[in-house]
Design a protein around this ligand. Structure first.
Ligand code: NAD
Length: 273
């Protein structure tokens, strides 16, 4: 089975990587590349934009509705402001959606719930397969170790990153809090300074490092009375996220799940402990 993919955010770092990954994936074809209205890329060849020479792809457009109507699946890695129109275009066309854009507003989150009522939507702040496995292992380790180990998450990203902690670190903390039946917002301790007192058993430390060009490192520490376990994921190349997004799109096309909200764990068939 072959899946037609529309990429939204075609001019961005991730958009270009996703167009390249779609071109390289078997059984997937780029049918539309959407840039913001007024972009100088409109009218350009999508493959040239993705860095492929000697071949012709589709022409970059700003027509989101038409792109969604042509596609089996839309992959959006653009901006949080653009999430609402993307979700609405997918609802109108009844086209499956992979949403990798982060920092969504409450209105977009609500629209995603509406969309999940009528079509399959896969939402992932991190589309790397490795991080989906790390999340699963961290939840499983939390379950196996019980409440006797202190759990702390350390993340490091490049100096340009504007938000902290990373969405992935927050997602890991939520998965751990879920197993421990804690409120994730109350349990997460993001940084410590001064006389904060002894650590409570129910807190999950989430610490942030920034520097250089680090793409994304996450370590979950389990500290017991007499031993420690550390689970680490290091992203070495941004193409990791693009390949994961295309893998998720292929899963939507091939397994044709019912309308609903899905994540990378569903793509990998990982059962929450
Ligand atoms: P970027 O700034 O390089 O690209 C965003 C692109 O979206 C820009 O080219 C911009 O022109 C375009 N855009 C803006 N409005 C648009 C519109 N209305 N229609 C179409 N395109 C529009 O950013 P990036 O590094 O490519 O990241 C994009 C998003 O993906 C961010 O939200 C980022 O946090 C997220 N991201 C997610 C993952 C993941 O694994 N899920 C990984 C990396 C980045």
């Amino acid at each position: 089975m072959s899946g037609n993919v529309a990429v939204v955010g075609a001019t961005g770092r991730m958009g270009r990587a996703i167009m390249l990954a779609t071109h390289q994936a078997s059984g997937m074809a780029l049918c539309a590349a959407v840039a913001r209205a007024g972009s100088t890329a409109i009218g350009q060849d999508s493959l040239a934009l993705a860095g492929i020479t000697g071949e012709h792809g589709v022409v970059v457009t700003a027509d989101l509705e038409h792109a969604a109507s042509q596609a089996d699946v839309v992959i959006d890695f653009s901006t949080a402001d653009n999430a609402l129109p993307v979700i609405q275009a997918c609802i109108n066309a009844r086209t499956a959606l992979v949403l990798g854009t982060t920092g969504l507003a409450a209105q977009a989150e609500a629209a995603l719930e509406d969309a999940a009522g009528v079509l399959p939507v896969l939402v992932a702040a991190n589309t790397s397969i490795g991080v989906a496995v790390l999340r699963h292992l961290a939840a499983e380790a939390t379950r196996l170790l019980g409440g006797t180990y202190d759990i702390e998450i350390v993340e490091m990203h490049h100096r340009h990153k504007v938000d902290a902690p990373s969405g992935t670190a927050t997602m890991l903390a939520e998965a751990i809090a879920d197993v421990r039946e804690l409120d994730p917002k109350a349990a997460a301790v993001c940084g410590r300074e001064g006389r904060v007192g002894p650590r409570s058993a129910d807190e999950i430390g989430v610490m942030t490092l920034r520097g250089g060009e680090v793409i994304g490192d996450h370590t979950v520490h389990f500290a017991g009375a007499a031993d420690r376990i550390e689970l680490t994921h290091r992203a070495l190349d941004r193409s990791l996220f693009a390949r994961g997004a295309v893998h998720a799109a292929k899963w939507l096309v091939e397994s044709r799940p019912n309308a609903g909200r899905y994540g990378m764990a569903d793509v990998l068939g990982l059962k929450t402990p």
